[in-house]
Design a protein around this ligand. Structure first.
Ligand SMILES: NC(=O)c1ccc[n+]([C@@H]2O[C@H](COP(=O)([O-])OP(=O)(O)OC[C@H]3O[C@@H](n4cnc5c(N)ncnc54)[C@H](OP(=O)(O)O)[C@@H]3O)[C@@H](O)[C@H]2O)c1
Length: 334
């Protein structure tokens, strides 16, 4: 592949520790080593991208850096025979966009072990409508369902419901026959959540217990939490006997203060979700579900398509302010 120039978002750190985002030219030779070179058609915007793009060293240690933890496109060349030139593929997680140059540029080069063949039933664009957020929502729902929460056991709770992970979790669970109660800081977005299939929308105040009591009246057969902190702690103590609570996010806090009583008196299980390092066999299984029986009727409702890299800035700020709704994808190249 010749050393052509292409556009990339580049985040740089200034001498006074400010972080500046700009659209710059990069070249193929600037990309990291890896077996598979991919021309990126679409990427997407996740909470972690907003952190990487704003200088969060817990996500990205070294700048200059190109964020983008998701990418979907065509294989240009591969030293691994499993991937033929022209094949449609996607990459989410692993180290992409963290300390490996990410999807906000026209080409990425990655290890073959990170590459997922595009599942039948999804376009490249649709795969990024899910992206890491949708994959994480699906992993959370998969756990809830496979660990035994059934629709007849009662309502399930989704927190951070208008966010990327939350929106897709609401829609998957509703489409799978569960009675979904959505918690949101944005009650004005109740019509959106009801459209995704939520049966009820409640305010954060109703899901953020301040009593300090170790157990509360059981309300949920299970919960998908995306925000952490006291909202997660409240979800755990309001989950009924034998229920499952999944935990993937730290939007409100990385802290979790709880007692052991929900676990030893009610047999509640807390299940951690780590999408980035999901083993390939399970990764393929869950992507196939997203392309198959979990394929959402509401993908377009959930998604905003940004016209190009320049448009990412505004959306990054929305995420950092907790004001994001749904998913944003960005067209990177034709
Ligand atoms: N473990 C993993 O593998 C994994 C993968 C993907 C994402 N995540 C994590 O999951 C979380 C959500 O990611 P995302 O992409 O869905 O982010 P997002 O689109 O920015 O959504 C986050 C949502 O959290 C809610 N929120 C924001 N501030 C809040 C506050 N102060 N109190 C209560 N709720 C608040 C908001 O929804 P409402 O207004 O509707 O409440 C917001 O839209 C992040 O922490 C992210 O890092 C983890």
């Amino acid at each position: 592949m010749e050393n052509i120039a292409f556009k990339a978002m580049v985040v740089t750190e200034t001498a006074d520790n400010q972080f500046i985002r700009a659209i710059r030219d990069k070249r193929i030779e600037d990309l990291p080593a890896g077996e598979v070179l991919i021309r990126v058609r679409y990427s997407s915007l996740n909470f972690k991208d907003a952190l990487s793009a704003s200088g969060n060293k817990g996500v990205t240690r070294k700048y200059p850096h190109t964020p983008g933890i998701d990418a979907a496109g065509l294989v240009v060349e591969s030293s691994d025979p499993a991937f033929k030139s022209g094949a449609q593929v996607l990459v989410t997680g692993y180290d992409l966009g963290m300390n490996t140059s990410g999807g906000y540029e026209a080409y990425i080069r990655v290890p073959a072990a990170w590459v997922v063949p595009l599942p039948a039933g999804l376009s490249l664009r649709e795969s990024m409508m899910y992206g890491t957020a949708g994959f994480t929502a699906a992993l959370s729902c998969y756990k809830l369902i496979n660990l035994g929460v059934t629709p007849d056991q009662g309502p399930v709770l989704v927190t951070g419901a208008t966010g990327g992970v939350g929106s897709i979790a609401v829609a998957i669970l509703a489409q799978s026959g569960y009675t979904v109660v959505a918690v949101t800081t944005k009650l004005d977005q109740a019509p959106y959540l009801l459209q995704l299939g939520a049966k009820e929308v409640i305010s954060v105040a109703d899901a953020d217990d301040q009593s300090g009591r170790p157990l509360l009246k059981p309300r949920w057969a299970g919960a998908v939490d995306t925000v952490g902190g006291n909202i997660l702690s409240t979800a755990i103590k309001t989950t009924r006997r034998g229920g499952i609570v999944t935990c993937c996010g730290n939007v409100t806090s990385g802290e979790l203060h709880t007692s052991i009583y929900p676990f030893i008196l009610n047999g509640v299980s807390l299940v951690g979700i780590d999408s980035a390092t999901t083993p390939m066999a399970h990764r393929l299984e869950v992507w196939n579900k997203l392309a198959g029986d979990w394929k959402l009727d509401h993908l377009e409702t959930i998604t905003t398509e940004l016209p190009g890299l320049e448009a990412l800035d505004e959306r990054i700020e929305l995420i950092l302010q907790g004001k994001n709704r749904g998913r944003a994808i960005v067209k990177i190249s034709d």
